[in-house]
Each structure stands twice: as C-alpha cells, then as structure tokens.
Design a protein around this ligand. Structure first.
Ligand code: ME8
Length: 654
C-alpha cells in the first residue's frame, strides 16, 4: 500500500470552541501517520488548520461583542499554539480566512458552474446552525429538533445556488464499490453506501441570510450570497496545495488519508468526492473516521463541564504517554471513554514495566558485567530463535499503520518487548555469568539492545522524544537509513557503551497524582487571584506589605450564613469533603472544602458555617465547587468560622 507521496490531513477545527481531547486525538493520529511516512522515506505533507466562516462562528463572535475576524484570529492562534506545544509536525496550518484559500474556493465554484453542476433556485428548509446543515422535515426529531445534535432548527427560505449532488449517486456508489478501503473502518463504508442508496438530493451551497463567508466570484454579481461553509471548508484540502492560485503543491494530491471523526463522515465521504468529481480532480485514497471520546460514558460538552483539556492531561502525565494511551486504548473507529485510571495503568504497565524497565535491565546488566559495553556480534549464534520471532512480528506491523489500526500496531509492537523480557527470565544472565558464559551473556545484552532499537524505530512516530532518548542511550539515531538497516534488512545493532540514566517512566502513584493535581489547581488559583488583584485600581499597599482595600471592595464579596445539610468524604482524597450547604437559595450550594484533616463529614451536618457566596465556580477533582467556607488556620490546625448564635440561612455577613 506504499506510495511515494503522502498527503495527510486533519479536519480543520471550528474556531468557536477551545480544543479538547477529541480534537487532540484526530491530530495525534494524523501526526503519527505523517511521522511514520517520513521515517520510511516518503515525501510527506501534513495539513491541519481552522475552519473560520459560517453562521455559527458569526454568532459566537457577536455574542461576545467581537468582530468575527478578530475572534477567529484569537481562537485559531490557540489551536496553533496547542499543536506547537504538542510538537505536531504539520507542514501547513491553513485558515479558511486566508486570501489564497478564498480564491481557491471561488475558482472551484466557477469551475463547477461551468461544468453544469450548479444552478440557482429557492430553498425552503430546516436549518441547524450548530451543524451548519439543512434537514428535510421528515428527518427532524419531533418536527423541530436536529437529528444529529438535538438542538432546535429554524425554518429558512432563501434564494440559493444548488450543487447537483443527485447526479453523482451512481458515480459515488461505483467509487465505494471499486475501492473497498476508501472509507476506514470498512463498517463505516457500508453505512455510507446505504445512505447514498437511499437517494441524494441536491445541495444548497450558498446563503443570503448572513455575511461571514467566502463571497461568490465577481462574475456572478451576487453580493448577497456567501458560500456554504462546508463547501468552503472541504476545499481547504486542495487550496492548501495551491489549487486555484499557484498549484504549487498539487502534486501531493490526492490525499493518502483524510483523518476525521465519525460525526463528519457524510460530508467527507459524499459531498467531498462529488465536488472533486465535478472539478475533475482525483479522489482521496482513504477517509479514516475515528470514534468518539466520552467522559464517564457521557458526551463531552461545555455546558456539562466535563470537557477534558488535552493540555492539562499532557502536563500531568506527559505528552508522549498521552499519545500512546490514546492510540493504544481504543480500536480505530470505536468510541472510547477517557479515564485517568486507564491512562495511569497504561503508563505503569505497558510503558513503565515493559518498555522503560527493559532499558533499565539492560543498563543494569551491562553495567554490572561489562562496564556498560554492549556487543551484538554473537547474537545470532546464541539467540537466532528470538531474533526470528522479533523480525516476524516487525514484518507484520506496517499494514496496521496505513489501515489505521493503530491499537493493533501497538499491541503487536509489544511482542518483541515480551520476547526480550522473557529471554532475560529464561537465560538468567546472573547465573550464566557465574558459570563463565561470558559470550552468551554479552550476546543476550546485544539481543536486548537490538530489540529495544527496533522497537524504538517502529514506535518513533507515536513517541518521538522517548524513542530518540532510547536511541541515544543505545548509540544510534532514528533516521530513515537506520529504519532500512534495522527494520527492513533485519540487522543487529553495532557495539556501543551504555550509561546509567533516569527511568523513562517513573511509576505514577495515585496519591501522588491527586496531590499534584491539587497543587496545580492551587497554583492556578493563586495566579488568577494575583491577576485579579493587579487589575484592581484602588488597591494600595502599606509599608508592611498588607494590602488595603476600600469598603466598596470589601462589599464585592458576598458572605452568607449557611447550614451544612449533607456532607460526605471525597474518595481517594486525603483532604477534601463534599458539602451541600443551604444558604437560603432555591438550591443548596455544593462546596468542596479541604478540611477533612480537621472535621469529619458526620460532625458537620446540621452546623452553621460562613460561606463566600459569589465565588466563580471551580472544579476540584472533577467536582463543581460553588463557594468557600471561612476558616482560620494556625499551628494548631484549622477551625471553621461560625456565627455565635444560630442565624437564618442566607443572612448576609457584613
Ligand atoms: O467539524 N471525540 O470542526 P470541529 C473524538 N470544522 N473526536 C472529536 C470529539 C470527540 N468527543 N469532538 C471533536 C468540524 N472531535 C468542521 C470540520 S473539515 C473540512 C471541517 C474531532 O471543530 C473529530 O475529528 O467540530 C471531529 O471530526 C472534529 O474534532 C470536529 O471538529
């Protein structure tokens, strides 16, 4: 399945949201494929970017009192910064507001029109702004709600240009049938075929009801029309290569794979190939649709407050461990539930025990018996069976990558590590050396080093830094030439001297993790408070460093009397209690308080406390906290501040 040019793309992300692990997942898969393609010597082009037009973005900007362009600039930069921070090896970051892109889209529109695929008519239909999609009445839930996202749709009637999608039904079906791997996983291809067999209607591809989009080419003289955001967005895959402007990189087309989430398969597997056929351009080789990440079984959404921030996860557990986890944990195409527990298990077991510890064992054995020297000359004399077993596994690996079965790829890649760890247990170098079998012991070390080197080369695309560190320890570099030597030609590693180093994956203890997380939260809170303080103009500081505030500033804090109506311990936390406090409002306030060392949950119930009632809600260990209790802490410990006599719940404190 190999080809010399590899063009790999992610979806371009909407700029109405911040990146979450779903976005990171697509991008990490694409980055892995791109890195692998480069390592096997393919001329690779990796594209990502942002999707910035459309009604949804226009409204998001408006609701924040911002101009769409300025708003798009800000969010687009956040995506780009995140990918840079994650070392994503993209060759180009496209924005649909780029002038070249807009020109390319206009060129496409004119070409489709010339080819007879576009006509003008009136559209009447139900539009979901969130999905930027029209739906026939029959598909709506309860006659009103979007069948995809469940949000309310609105009836739109407007003049529109249409793309003759219905003309492409047969050609699309032919493409799916002639190219069994065009949509991966294959089960998804069947879904698409069934959908198309059900009949396609023409697609409305311009809008007049809003402004924020690519204008029609001037020859149409239609100042009111802007392009449908999906036509605009899909075209990014070719405008990035210069379609419609200088065609500079069009020799990378067609894409080897468009990586997407299953939610946008229809656009990529139906609209996009039809547009390309109309433009007389070749069709992509593969469209890979991955599954959906959920959190504790629920869809992630800002309103639920359960969105997993990829940067936080990478900071807490290490970027490369996070990459490994995402690719290993879920079969491509299937949905996955994100849990810190599962991530920790993968780090401690697969990465720590199987991989990191193997390097430690090699360092230990070669240090103890040979002053760090490792030689591989006699490996095949003593351990040919092990070498064969390893080479056999490695030879089977590559197809998994390009068929997007990355979990299988990683699973199989762990077999050579098992061979290595098993060989140490079986041949017992500590016994061999006592028996004077020096050559056998050295050759065993050579075998371990060779296996580690080969695994590092194969794993490089998933964990670039870690594998480079291993390679450095083993005295070689990760390059396409060495890939050919050690993977394709099955050579053994040359001699080298290894030195002691820190473990690659120190064991993560749960308690430590929790404390670290709390520490991070504390630091964030302190930084926020510092910022807030600096922005308050009236603040003055006395010579002793005590901050003086005006009475009006004091009254900005709402302090209230409340009664603890329920209290429970937060599992796995040494410090936190989860309280429900009645402060005279319709609903009780949930407060996560770090007082477990001084109060039991039981003794708090029914007692009164003082609550800071207008704090911005915060999250502690995944739980919402909607206030803070007043307390004083000295060397003897902490005590809560309480009213001297019982007071009505909700009584203000001043
Ligand atoms: O759809 N789990 O952009 P988008 C897994 N602009 N992947 C997820 C996910 C989740 N919970 N949430 C999002 C758009 N994704 C269009 C694309 S392409 C020409 C235009 C990933 O910002 C997944 O890849 O809504 C999904 O397809 C993509 O983010 C959607 O990002």
């Amino acid at each position: 399945m190999s080809c010399n040019k590899s063009y790999i793309t992610t979806p371009i992300y909407y700029v109405n949201d911040i990146a979450h692990i779903g976005h990171a997942y697509t991008t990490i898969i694409a980055d892995t494929l791109a890195r692998y393609a480069r390592l096997i010597g393919e001329d690779t082009y990796f594209l990502t970017g942002t999707d910035e037009h459309g009604q949804k973005i226009e409204e998001s900007a408006k609701s924040r009192g911002r101009e769409p362009q300025e708003y798009a600039d800000e969010i687009s930069k956040k995506f780009r910064d995140l990918w840079d921070n994650f070392d994503i090896s993209y060759d180009k970051f496209i924005r649909t507001t780029d002038a070249e892109h807009k020109k390319g889209v206009q060129k496409a529109f004119s070409t489709m029109y010339k080819n007879g695929d576009i006509y003008k008519d009136t559209y009447q239909g139900h539009y979901c702004i969130s999905c930027e999609t029209f739906f026939p009445e029959l598909q709506l839930v309860d006659g009103e709600f979007c069948p995809d996202c469940g949000k309310s749709t609105s009836v739109v009637e407007e003049e529109s240009y249409f793309f003759r999608l219905s003309d492409y039904e047969d050609k699309l079906l032919e493409w799916y049938r002639d190219n069994p791997n065009c949509i991966l996983p294959k089960s998804k291809r069947n879904e698409v075929i069934r959908f198309v067999e059900g009949g396609l209607t023409d697609l409305s591809i311009t809008r007049t009801s809003f402004d924020w989009g690519v204008k029609l080419p001037s020859e149409f003289n239609e100042p009111k029309h802007v392009m449908y955001v999906w036509l605009d967005a899909l075209m990014n895959y070719v405008t990035a290569l210069g379609y419609g402007t200088d065609d500079k990189d069009m020799d990378y087309w067609p894409a080897r794979v468009h990586l997407i989430g299953k939610d946008i398969l229809r656009f990529h597997a139906i609209y996009w190939p039809a547009f390309l056929m109309s433009l007389d351009l070749p069709l992509p080789k593969h469209i890979g649709a991955h599954g959906w990440w959920t959190r504790n079984g629920e869809k992630m959404s800002k309103s639920k407050g359960n969105v997993v921030n990829p940067k936080e996860v990478a900071d807490a557990y290490g970027l490369e461990s996070f990459r490994y986890f995402m690719l290993r944990e879920v079969p491509f195409g299937g949905d996955g539930d994100f849990s810190q527990r599962a991530l920790m298990d993968r780090i401690n077991s697969d990465l720590g025990n199987d991989l990191g510890n193997l390097l430690n064992r090699l360092i230990g054995m070669s240090g103890k018996y040979f002053e760090g020297r490792v030689e591989s000359d006699l490996v095949s004399t003593y351990y040919q069976d092990e070498l064969d077993e390893v080479q056999d596994s490695l030879d089977k690996l590559e197809p998994f990558i390009f068929e997007l079965q990355l979990h299988r790829f990683l699973e199989e890649l762990w077999r050579p590590l098992t061979v290595a760890n098993r060989a140490i247990d079986k041949y017992q170098p500590w016994t061999m050396i006592k028996e004077g079998k020096t050559d056998e012991t050295m050759a065993l070390n050579g075998l371990i080093a060779t296996i580690l080197a080969k695994v590092s080369l194969m794993l490089h695309a998933v964990m670039p830094k870690t594998t480079s560190t291993i390679a450095e320890a083993l005295g070689f570099e990760i390059t396409p030439e060495n890939f050919t030597r050690y993977i394709r030609n099955g050579e053994q590693l040359s001699s080298f001297t290894i030195e002691k180093r820190e473990p690659l994956f120190p064991r993560i203890e749960e308690e430590l993790l929790v404390d670290e997380r709390l520490e991070t939260l504390k630091k964030e809170k302190e930084a926020e408070e510092k910022k807030a303080k600096e922005s308050k103009k009236k603040v003055t500081t006395t010579t002793e460093g005590v901050t003086l505030i005006g009475i009006d500033q004091f009254f900005q804090t709402s302090l209230k009397i409340g009664t603890v109506v329920k209290a429970e311990e937060v599992k796995k936390s040494k410090k936190l209690l989860l309280l429900q406090v009645d402060i005279g409002e319709e609903n009780n306030r949930q407060v996560v308080a770090g007082i477990k060392e001084w109060y039991s949950a039981q003794e708090l119930v029914g007692t009164q406390v003082c609550v800071v009632a207008n704090l911005k809600p915060a999250k502690l260990m995944g739980m919402k906290s909607e206030g803070m209790l007043l307390a004083a802490k000295d060397v003897d410990g902490l005590c809560l501040i309480r009213p001297e006599k019982p007071k009505i719940d909700g009584t203000p404190i001043a």
